[in-house]
Design a protein around this ligand. Structure first.
Ligand code: HEC
Length: 114
């Protein structure tokens, strides 16, 4: 009888540990995914760009170009972000955003015209 109780207890402990392990593995995996997930271009846009370009890209504050109608390619948009446009309110973002953020936000601006 004692043996049975010990066996049941052991199985219960193993089961509990197994459960814990799978739980922590799942959460580790999802936080790891978050860490390597690509940058949220929309969030970057909302933080840095809407003041002039507006939520839909067409607000035109301070002479801002209409991003919804812009014909620039992705690469050209990234170049604008890196260098800015001299003599305009469009300044260089290379000190504020890293490469991934500039690419993500440029990709997001392409969607504004769709
Ligand atoms: C302070 C106002 C301001 C902010 C903030 C701003 N821009 Fe601009 N942006 C401008 C102006 C002004 C122009 C037009 C420059 C010109 O006349 O060549 C422009 C032009 C552009 C262009 C070129 C479009 C084209 O067709 O010529 C892109 C792309 C662009 N901005 C993207 C962004 C992104 C992305 C952000 C946020 C990271 C941003 N801008 C933040 C003012 C701003």
């Amino acid at each position: 009888m004692n043996k049975l109780i010990i066996l049941v207890a052991t199985v219960a402990i193993i089961f509990a540990c197994g459960n814990d392990t799978s739980k922590s593995t799942t959460s580790t995996t999802s936080s790891a995914k978050k860490a390597i997930a690509s940058v949220d271009g929309k969030a970057v846009y909302q933080k840095n760009c809407i003041a002039c370009h507006g939520v839909n890209g067409d607000m035109g504050v301070s002479g801002a170009a209409n991003l919804a109608e812009s014909k620039l390619t992705l690469a050209e948009r990234i170049t604008v972000l890196k260098n800015g446009r001299e003599g305009t309110a469009m300044v260089s973002y290379s000190s504020l955003l890293d490469e991934d953020e500039m690419k993500a936000v440029a990709e997001y601006t392409l969607k504004l015209g769709q």
